[in-house]
Design a protein around this ligand. Structure first.
Ligand SMILES: Cc1cc2nc3c(=O)[nH]c(=O)nc-3n(C[C@H](O)[C@H](O)[C@H](O)COP(=O)(O)OP(=O)(O)OC[C@H]3O[C@@H](n4cnc5c(N)ncnc54)[C@H](O)[C@@H]3O)c2cc1C
Ligand SMILES: *[C@@H]1O[C@H](CO)[C@@H](O)[C@H](O)[C@H]1NC(C)=O
Ligand SMILES: *[C@@H]1O[C@H](CO)[C@@H](O)[C@H](O)[C@H]1NC(C)=O
Ligand SMILES: *[C@@H]1O[C@H](CO)[C@@H](O)[C@H](O)[C@H]1NC(C)=O
Ligand SMILES: *[C@@H]1O[C@H](CO)[C@@H](O)[C@H](O)[C@H]1NC(C)=O
Ligand SMILES: *[C@@H]1O[C@H](CO)[C@@H](O)[C@H](O)[C@H]1NC(C)=O
Length: 588
């Protein structure tokens, strides 16, 4: 069995066959040969017989081999988590930065042809680096970076826009603001987050209680499918269009753009921040917050941040600080009256409230310095990149007061891990759970983001921070959703399950799949089975297709299996490909 797989493998994988040659024997390095083959294939797929060498020129500007001196720069430019910027992180064999749809189509077909996987990157904010790194050394891949697809076309009269997947949410907010002071869009708070990952995975921000998620406001899309076809909503059909509004783009194709409907924002909005430590009755405030924040006026979004801090005067003594960050879609006077009615425990006074335009509230939430102009939202590069780990949970019943007290003890004991509570309710919860793949709607009071960031190199700091995250997550078990314990796809967390590169991808996928998608998982599997039955678009947490046996009821799955790139895995078992990749790195 192993032997025959190996043979069929070598037939269908010219690239890997090539890599099999020891370096001394090959005329050029594996990395260079792969580059040449891929370039050749791209050219063949995009050039009409009569045309000149113009596409050659374009590809030679956009394809980076590992031996190219610009390779690291191209890879690192959108790495947003230093955990995946190490020499041992499996790296893409090639990086492609296409600027035409036809080039994306060619890249899909050529990757398939050469037995490579594609990792598509937009903003690069994936918390587990899945858009550019791999935790599996057995799946050779290329990175397809969509940053050239960042056109944003705002149609104010039609209250809609086309947004390229490589744009950032900051660019989107800016382009809307350029044309209208009374329109906005409900999406994330951090301006450098990319559209491709953010929208395809749900996308929430501080207007979710008024307008729902980003995906609740998407009306069309363009995607390149596994056969290289460019499809829009009409040609992809409602099932695939449903899936790429929350099910994650990476399982289904390469998304080129989304069409969104703009939402109306008032000319004046109000923000405030109130902070209390446990010594100043934070417990009561947090306890009450759980009842008020998910139920108050839909225009009011009160994010709660919990952090362990060290009290300066009594040095060394730790406490927890609770901060409420708010956006209210209205003026300060109305906000004060709503707060007096719903949340007197917060003790909000008018001096705490700042009235401003919606775009300035975007900057305030993005923690830009007071006075920063909206142009700052066009800056695609964050000042610094840290090591990060995030996890998520959903709370369906308020945490009792003594639960909060024990949480403060746990957080001060751990010392670094923080929590962010994002209130649900409002429009988000009025939309049916099956409307989009994002299932966490009615019944959820708030989402917890577990958050830890560090800047010290080395495994000691990393292990300490990762174990703090896991310990806090374990501590929270009695207070959060169960069966399944739910998670938000865009807060990618490989701790909750991963698919191995071969074997029972459906069995593996159900483990994390029901946590991310609950009752929508099976429909996602059905869409996947229809559009990508061979599971070309896959990663550690992609949607698996149904096993081919249960699909067709026939016995053809064995025959099919041996011609699939998935059969790489059999090779891995014998350790061959691993050493190939080591050779590959040797040429870096
Ligand atoms: C600083 C920071 C702040 C954040 N704030 C928020 C927030 O306020 N609200 C929120 O909802 N989330 C937030 N997130 C999470 C964020 O939404 C996700 O990480 C999201 O997936 C990032 O999208 P991206 O394009 O930047 O990521 P990428 O890393 O480029 O991609 C993420 C995933 O999507 C896939 N993908 C990307 N582009 C495409 C494409 N064009 N076609 C197909 N698949 C694609 C990738 O392959 C990968 O699997 C934040 C993350 C960070 C790091
Ligand atoms: C590309 O096309 C040319 C001419 O048709 C052919 O000689 C060459 O083998 C093709 N290359 C690939 C990689 O398909
Ligand atoms: C590296 O790749 C880029 C993009 O394809 C190309 O423009 C450049 O000429 C290459 N550099 C070298 C030294 O090959
Ligand atoms: C990644 O690591 C390289 C080499 O250590 C460094 O030059 C680069 O700045 C790092 N990039 C990020 C995003 O941290
Ligand atoms: C905390 O709350 C209690 C009872 O609600 C009150 O008596 C006390 O004054 C408050 N302390 C502070 C510092 O606000
Ligand atoms: C920004 O600064 C101006 C001028 O000092 C001040 O009036 C305004 O309240 C400040 N805004 C915020 C949000 O702090």
């Amino acid at each position: 069995m192993r032997r025959s797989t190996f043979l069929s493998f070598s037939v269908v994988h010219p690239l890997l066959l090539l890599l099999l040659l020891p370096p001394a024997v090959s005329s050029s390095s594996p990395s260079e040969s792969l580059y040449a083959n891929f370039l050749n294939c791209l050219e063949n797929r995009t050039q009409s017989p009569s045309s000149s060498s113009s596409s050659t020129y374009q590809f030679s500007q956009s394809l980076f081999s590992q031996s190219n001196s610009s390779y690291s720069g191209a890879l690192n430019s959108y790495v947003r988590n230093r955990r995946f910027n190490t020499s041992s992180t499996p790296k893409p064999l090639l990086i492609l930065t296409p600027s035409l749809q036809s080039h994306v189509s060619a890249a899909v077909l050529c990757s398939k042809h050469l037995g490579l996987l594609i990792r598509t990157r937009s903003g690069g904010h994936d918390y587990e680096g899945l858009s550019y790194a791999s935790s599996r050394s057995d799946d050779p891949f290329i990175v397809l970076d969509t940053f050239n697809f960042r056109a944003i076309d705002v149609d104010v009269a039609g209250e809609s826009a086309w947004v390229g997947s490589g744009a950032t949410v900051g660019e989107l907010y800016y382009r809307i603001w350029e044309k209208s002071r009374v329109h906005g869009f409900p999406a994330g708070v951090c301006p450098t987050v990319g559209i491709g990952g953010h929208f395809s995975g749900g996308g929430y921000g501080n207007m979710l209680r008024k307008f729902g998620l980003s995906v609740d406001n998407i009306v069309d899309a363009k995607i390149v499918d596994v056969d290289g076809r460019v499809l829009d909503r009409a040609s992809m059909g409602e099932d695939l269009f449903w899936a790429i509004r929350g099910g994650g783009g990476a399982s289904f194709g390469v998304i080129l753009a989304y069409r969104i409907k703009l939402v109306r924002v008032p000319e004046t909005v109000t923000v405030f921040r109130v902070e209390k430590t446990v010594e100043h009755n934070a417990t009561e405030m947090v306890y009450r917050w759980q009842y008020v924040a998910p139920a108050t006026d839909n225009g009011l979004f009160m994010r709660l941040l919990l952090r362990p801090i060290t009290l300066e005067p009594r040095k060394g003594e730790k406490t927890v600080r609770a901060s409420v960050y708010t956006l209210f879609l209205g003026d300060a006077e109305r906000l004060i009256s709503i707060m007096a009615r719903d949340f007197p425990e917060l003790g909000l006074s008018k001096v705490d409230c700042k009235e401003m335009s919606w775009i300035d509230s975007v900057l305030w939430w993005g923690r830009f310095e007071n006075g920063t102009g909206p142009e700052a939202l066009l800056d695609r590069m964050p000042d610094s990149v840290n090591f990060l780990k995030r996890k998520s949970d959903y709370v369906r019943e308020p945490i009792p007061r003594d639960g909060l007290d024990s949480l403060w003890d746990k957080m001060t004991e751990l010392g670094k891990a923080g929590l962010v509570f994002n209130p649900y309710g409002g429009v988000l919860s009025e939309i049916a759970s099956s409307e989009t793949p994002f299932p966490h709607r009615a019944g959820n009071l708030f989402k917890i983001q577990y958050s830890i960031s560090w800047s010290e190199e080395g495994t000691e700091a990393a292990n300490d921070c990762l174990s703090q995250m896991r310990s806090l997550y374990s501590f929270m078990t009695p207070f959060v959703s169960k069966d399944p314990r739910r998670a938000y796809l865009n807060y990618r967390d490989l701790d909750i399950g991963v698919a191995r590169s071969s074997g029972n991808s459906y069995g593996d996928g159900s483990v994390y799949g029901v946590k991310y998608f609950v009752g929508n998982f099976e429909r996602l599997v059905n869409v996947k089975t229809a559009v990508d039955p061979e599971n070309f678009f896959r990663n550690e947490q992609s949607i698996p297709p149904l096993p081919s046996k249960s699909r067709t009821g026939s016995t053809s799955s064995m025959a099919r299996h041996s011609t699939l790139p998935r059969s790489n895995m059999k090779l891995i078992e014998s350790g061959i490909l691993v050493s190939l990749l080591i050779w590959g790195n040797f040429f870096l």
